[in-house]
Each structure stands twice: as C-alpha cells, then as structure tokens.
Write a protein that binds this ligand. Structure first.
Ligand code: CP
Length: 313
C-alpha cells in the first residue's frame, strides 16, 4: 500500500482488523520494521488521540517521529497553481511537500474542512496537495471529508465487542453548539458498508449526508424507532451538508440518554461534550466503548504504518 487516504485503501477490512488485533496482543512484534525510518506528523488542526496514538503506533514499529503543529507554527501555504503570492501565503505546497519528503519516509496530515466552501473542502487541497507533490506515502489523519484511521479503530472495536454475526448498528446525529465537519461520519458510513450488519442512520431533517457516500444505507428520521433493538449506537454531530456548514437544529431531545441506549453499547470518536451529545450516565457506564475506541486508534494506525513500511521495503 502506498498511501492511506480513505477507507477505499483497505483491501480487506476483516483481514486488517484481524492483523490489528494481533498487533494489539503483541504490539512490539514488528519493532524492527521501522528501523531508520521517520514519520512526520503535520497538524493543521488540534488533536489529542490522533497525535498520540499515531506516534505510539510508529514507536511500536521502531520508527522515529517528528511532529509539527503546521497550522500555527508553519508558513501559511499556497495551493493554487500560478498564483501571484503577494497576499497572505508565504510558501507553496510544491516546495513544502518536497522539502518535508526529504526529512520523512512517511507523512501524516491532519487538515479539517473549512465548512465555508464545500467545493474547496471536497477538493481536499491540503491532503491532495501533499499527495501530489510529496515523494513519500501520505496518511490521512482526518481530512475535510474523511477520518479513515478513526473508522478502522471503530471496526476493531465493533469486532471486539460483537457476539452476533449481523449486529444492529445505529449511527445517530446528536446536538452540538458548534458546526462540526462530516469526516468521521463519512468514514464510519463507508466502513459500515464493508460490514455484515443491520446498519441504519438517524438524524433530523436537514442533516442528510452526501448521497454519494450514503448510497443505499437506510435513514430513519425517528430516533426512537431507529434505536429499537440496537446492539451498537455510534453517536456523532455533524453540521448540515446541504446547507453547507450550518447548525440547523440543537434540539436537546436528540441527546443520547441511558433510557434511549437501552442495552446497546455506546460509541463516539471523542472528544465529546458531556450532557449535550450524551449524558454522563452513558459515558460513565459499562456500556460506553469510547475509551476502547481511543485505545484501538493505536492499533489502527499501527496496521496502516506496517503495511506502508512493508511496501517501502
Ligand atoms: N477522534 C479523534 O480524532 O480525536 P482527536 O481529534 O483528539 O485526534
């Protein structure tokens, strides 16, 4: 595998989950694979889990790690071709990506959606700019439209906690005071389409997701109906996709409560706003898998980096 940019870069989800679980059992089994290799992690946005788990994964594989908060420490990058750079940007992606490629054998990029310009966000200018001009593999650490490391960790968590061949998995929108991107949701939906599951999405009207990603996944606008007999409830806020980036609804009745969850397991990528998205009683219960999901971020990243390193050999 050359790059890990989206869920589509996974050739067999079940094989990757099996390999990730084997790495979790014995994290240092491939400690020599990354010897003398360096990964550079460039963050254009904040992070806790992605930053630390990807570093941990690289360390487990014997790699050296360089981390840069590019968003507030790097030069403002220009992505346009032929731009006269007499405004705010100081360095072109053409030079920046080639320079970083000389220091690093693999580059991880985190660059969120602006939520103001759908066309620009969907063009993935930062991720695709690095992909185009870097000479080393690129790992998506959450871009405008996808968070495939999170979705792979979620697949591992589902596999670890499911005792049914075809569990019912519900993706539920929940309220949030700020406009949030669609990346986590998109990758989760794409990942679920590779699973044998009874998968349903629930959200208020106006929060319809990109139809090219949703495809035939059923949408139930009545949250209570959707949650009936669920085995797993994956909760996430997202802003409107059609009325791009707008918060249309903050109805607190969409918050996930212990009553609504019933016997299901609760999942969320974190960070999560307590008592807005989900009540304390859920997060503090045995039904919550959020800490396991965060733990599995290490092994999701580790299987991705392992495959890239094997390809580099
Ligand atoms: N879930 C996730 O990506 O967490 P961070 O934003 O803290 O990295």
């Amino acid at each position: 595998m050359q790059h890990y940019l989206s869920i589509n870069d996974i050739d067999s989800l079940s094989d990757w989950v099996t390999e990730a679980r084997a790495l979790k059992n014995d994290p240092l089994q491939s400690k020599s694979l990354g010897k003398d290799k360096t990964i550079g992690l460039l963050f254009f946005n904040n992070s806790l889990r992605t930053r630390l788990s990807t570093q941990k994964a690289a360390i487990n594989l014997g790699m050296e790690v360089i981390v840069m908060n590019f968003g507030n420490e790097g030069w403002a990058l220009e992505y346009g071709d032929g731009t006269i750079m007499d405004q705010g940007t100081s360095e072109h992606i053409k030079e920046a990506a080639k320079v970083v490629s000389q220091y690093c054998d693999v580059i991880g990029i985190r660059a969120f959606a602006s939520l103001t310009d759908k066309e620009k966000d969907e063009a993935e200018v930062v991720l695709n700019g690095f992909k185009k001009y870097a000479s080393v593999p690129i790992v998506n650490m959450e871009s405008s439209v996808g968070h495939p490391l999170q979705a792979l960790a979620d697949a591992i968590t589902l596999a670890e906690n499911s005792n049914k061949t075809k569990p019912k998995v519900v993706l539920s929108w929940a309220p949030h005071p700020k406009a949030l991107p669609h990346a986590v949701t998109n990758s989760f939906v794409e990942m679920m389409q590779l699973q044998d599951a009874d998968f349903v999405i629930t959200h208020p009207k106006g929060y319809e997701l990109d139809s090219t990603i949703i495809k035939n996944v059923p949408v139930e606008y009545d949250q209570n109906k959707a949650l009936k007999d669920a085995d797993f409830v994956y909760v996430k806020n997202w802003s409107s996709y059609t009325d791009y980036g707008r918060v249309l609804n903050q109805d607190p009745n969409w918050m996930i409560t212990k009553d609504k969850l019933c016997n299901a397991k609760f999942m969320h990528c974190l960070p999560v706003r307590r008592n807005v998205v989900v009540e304390d009683a859920v997060l503090d219960s045995e039904q919550s898998l959020v800490i396991d999901q965060a733990n599995n971020r290490t092994y999701a990243a580790q299987v991705v980096l392992k495959k890239i390193l094997e390809h580099l050999k």
